[in-house]
Ligand binder design. Structure first.
Ligand SMILES: [Zn+2]
Length: 209
């Protein structure tokens, strides 16, 4: 079970690089497995990682398995799992367009229907230094029921019931962020109404295979 999850994390870590969602060792991933969480190691290039580098922690962040130090953002991963029981995986990226908006302190409004993978909008958590309990509090204090949150002057956090779901949110929200940025640069974005987005979110619940 844990081995399969570690392999899945390795796959999606590499996909974060392949799909331009992050660079080098930036960002991090975790998955909940019962009362444990598996998280990527701190400061390691995704392309150099193996399953043996993944770190297993308990709910308080004590390392149970693995020789590496866990990601420096372990605090906010744990805080998210404690915050909402439906969260089974967390994906954190520094994807360029989401991060651009986060550096402008802008939320992402429903400019494109794909925002519905996250919620009616993507909120913005106030700035706090990376790797601190303040950042964890800023994220849990902002995310609400959303599946994504921008971190001011930092990046994006996406959550889901499973790692493929959280990764999909990160990828779709980066696309929406890019579209929003481009519409701001080119002119006036036309924003969907709350009713229009609500209808999309209902359809997404039954979407997929
Ligand atoms: Zn980061």
């Amino acid at each position: 079970m844990l081995k399969q999850l570690k392999e899945q994390m390795l796959y999606y870590g590499r996909e974060m690089i392949a799909r331009n969602l992050t660079t080098g060792s930036g960002g991090n991933l975790s998955v909940r497995a019962g009362d444990r969480i598996v998280i990527t190691p701190s400061g390691m290039e995704y392309l150099a990682m193996t399953v043996a580098d993944m770190v297993v922690c308990d709910g308080r962040g004590r390392v149970l398995e693995g020789d590496r130090r866990p990601s420096s953002e372990l605090d906010f991963h744990l805080a998210l799992y404690n915050h909402r029981s439906g969260i089974g995986a967390v994906v954190h990226t520094h994807s360029v367009f989401a991060t651009t908006l986060a550096c402008m302190h802008r939320e992402i409004p429903p400019v494109h229907y794909l925002i519905g993978f996250a919620g009616p909008k993507v909120p913005l958590a106030p700035y706090a230094t990376f790797g601190t309990p303040e950042l964890a509090r800023a994220i849990t204090g902002t995310i609400g029921d959303s599946n994504a949150v921008l971190l001011a002057n930092h990046g994006l956090v996406a959550v889901g019931g499973t790692l493929p779901a959280a990764f999909n949110v990160a990828e779709e929200i980066e696309l929406v962020a890019r579209i929003y940025y481009q519409t701001l640069v080119a002119g006036e974005p036309k924003i969907l109404s709350r009713e229009q987005v609500d209808e999309v979110m209902v359809k997404f619940k039954g979407y997929g295979q």
